[in-house]
Every structure is written in C-alpha cells, then in structure tokens.
Design a protein around this ligand. Sequence first.
Ligand SMILES: *Cc1c(COP(=O)(O)O)cnc(C)c1O
Length: 466
Amino acid sequence: MNKKFKVIPPPFKIKVVEPIKITNRATREKAIKKAGYNTFLLHSNDVYIDLLTDSGTNAMSDNQWAGIMLGDEAYAGSKNFYNLEKAVKEIYGYKYVVPTHQGRGAEHLMSRILIKKGDIIPNNMYFTTRRIHQELAGGIWMDVSIAQAEQPENWHPFKGNIDLKKLEKLIKKHGAKKIPYMSIEANINMAGGQPFSMKNLKALRKLCDKYKIPIMLDGTRLVENAYFIQQREKPYKNKSVKKIVKEICSYTDGTTTSGKKDALVNIGGFLACNDKKLFTEAKSLVVVFEGLHTYGGLAGRDMEAMARGIYEMVDDDHIAARVNQIEYLGHKLLEAKVPIVVPIGGHAVYLNAKRFLPHIPQNLYPAQALAAALYIVSGVRGMERGAVSVGRDPKTGIERKSKLELVRLTVPRRVYTNLQMNIVAQGVIKLYKMRKKISGLKMVFEPKQLRFFQSRFKPLKNKLIG
Ligand SMILES: *Cc1c(COP(=O)(O)O)cnc(C)c1O
C-alpha cells in the first residue's frame, strides 16, 4: 500500500445486517450467459459484492429509518415535504424546491421548460439521463469540458472543469440567445468521478454573467465535489464541506439533483432554483408527470428520509470516510499496476479497459467484456462506461466514438467494509493476470434508448474467458 495513504475510520457502527450469498464460478458463468453478458440484466441474488451503482444503494442511518415511521402520507401538504423543502433551502441555499421521484424526473422538467428546439446546451461531458432529456426536448448537447477529462492517466486534480475558451467560442458562434443555460455536473461521473474547482466555477459565473446565461447544476454528487475542493484547493482547506456546498450553489441558478447518491436515500430527487418563473412552471408541470408539487412521486416517508439524509451528507467525518474507502480500493489496484483512471474518483474506481484489454478493439466492447469477466471470476458486479454507454448519434444513428472505455466499480455509501474492498481488489488483480484469455463481445440485441441498460451480447468465441 502507498505509504502516504491513511485509512480514515468510518463514523458509524453496524446495527442491522443484510445476508448475501457466497456464489461460485459455475453458477456465475450460467447467470451471466443468461443475462446476455450485460451486468444490468443479472439478478441481484447472483451477485456477491454489488458495485453496479451507488444510486439508491445507500445504507440509511437509524435517524433516517426513524423518519420513515414519521411519514405523513397526506396527498397534499405533507409535513415531510416541508421538512425536505427546509433541508434543501438550508443546505443548498436555493429559494424554491420541487420534489421528483428521482433525478431524471427533475431533468425532464427542467429540459422541457427551458429548452426550445435547436437550442444549444453546453455541458461538462455528459450524463446519460441528463443528455437524453436535453435531446428529447429538442436541444443539442455540446461538450465544453477540458481535454484532460478524457485522459484516464492524467493526474489533473480538477478534471470536471469547464474549458472557458471553448465555451466562449461556442457562445460567440451560436449567440447567447440560443443557449438557455449552461449545464454543469458536480464530480463528473463519466470522467471517473472528477470534480470542478471553485476557481473554475467562479470564472464560469463571470463569463455566464457577461452573456446573461444561467448556470444549472447537476448536484447529484455535489458533496463529493465539495470534499475534493476542501482537500485540493488551498483557500478551502479549513472550510467545512457544508459551507463549500453552499458556496458552490451560490454561483449557480438552480439544480436537478438525484437524492439517490449524496443524499443517502434509496429513492428521491428534486429540482431547486432561485427563479420564480421557472419554479412556477416546474410546479405546474410536476403535477402532470410526477405527482402533486408537495410529493412529486414520492411517499411522505421517502421525503422525510431524504430531508434527514441531506443534513447527514455534509458531515465532514462522513464524507471523508466515504471518499477514503474508494481511495483505499484504488490504491490497492494502483499498487498491483492495474490500469485505472486517476485521480481516484469520489464514488467509484474505474478500470481502464483500453489498457486492461488492449487486444480487444473497441467495436468488440472491451469494457463490456471486462465487466462480465470480472463477475465470472469474482462475483463482483461493475458496469460498462464506454462504447455501449455512449450509444448512437440521434441524428445520424451512427455509433458515437468513445474516447474512454471504462468499467465502473461504484461503491455504495455505508454498505461494505474495507475487507470486502480487499476481496474486490483480489478479484480484479486475478483477472488482470489472466487478461489475455478474455475475448470480445458482439452485440446481439440493442434497445432504442439508453442501450447499455438492456442490450445483450455474445462472446466472439465460444467462451468469454478462454
Ligand atoms: C444518477 C444520476 C442522475 C439521474 O438520477 P436518477 O435518480 O438516477 O434518475 C443524473 N445525473 C447524475 C450525475 C447522476 O449520477
């Protein structure tokens, strides 16, 4: 282990346990074949350690579970809604809050309200659901992230930054009127869980003010981003994560946020903003797609759990231990020279499949193959983030080129111990040693939207691991 690496102890103990099955290789081989070599199609009881996603897989605290019992299931005006509204106002600082069943519900509302056909929406890389809602609303997604975001071996500390020159060029080319808002994601998932800096955000604010373009934040992993700012940006060294979160939001005009990540719940999300007109429209539209504006598709108890999770997520000891667990796993892999994305991300370790399996060309989906092979060898479930996830260009139907070809090992919050992280590392290292035996995959079924969820594959040869 890297000598400089220190384990940060988690600020909790375990009160309830959930049994999981120890699986064997023969049953896993059958299970992945049945699942069309797509880890999304596996049954969760065939998985030993589930690192598919950190979305909705969090362990709630005793305080959150107590809140579940206090669910007020009134159709209108549930007290839990007011608690949620208060939590969002207090921690994020936005004026208005509209609850939604999860993040994409909020993305749908915001995109529908703000985007007109042919509008340009600049983004720092893409997130699958965020981009598809921009496109379904008639918008054109454009990437203005810095080039380092797509360089897995580059140790740039803020790969989530916006390339301001690229953005200004885009604004000048299309005109500010064509740009309803700048979309910025905290701790960008697709780059490997990488933050933007406060310095970059402040400069972005200045530029957007010059052209009167609002900034909308994808706040799904805002707390992890704030933690990296505290650790890596000198002026913030002694500031609490809670204060940094609020400062980030103060430079933006609104957010769509999935509560299923940072906010430590299993379901929930919201749209929040400072503009009354946007709020009024979102409040009327949420009724059509999600539910009344005081529940937005959520049960009262779910809103209560999210309200409580929002206070817990900004605790410095919690977030430090959370990110440290991912760094723990990452350092173990780095030590064994396994190619991973650096710096180690805030919610996941990403295996670099292009370098792990250089013998598999990208049209045979090396990351998809790697995720399936890891499951077979170790019972650990990760997911593909590469050629399958990027999908096709909506206009031409041609497969988009993916510079990154990754397998994401996403760590749920407060769920696994470092002993289980050791087992994950052992599985990956074992697979790395036999990497030449892994073959590519052919896609045999492709759904129309977000194909990575349901597409099916077959190994090129008879067996995936020959
Ligand atoms: C998960 C996620 C979303 C979508 O949220 P859901 O709750 O899954 O609908 C949006 N943006 C980012 C960055 C995410 O990670």
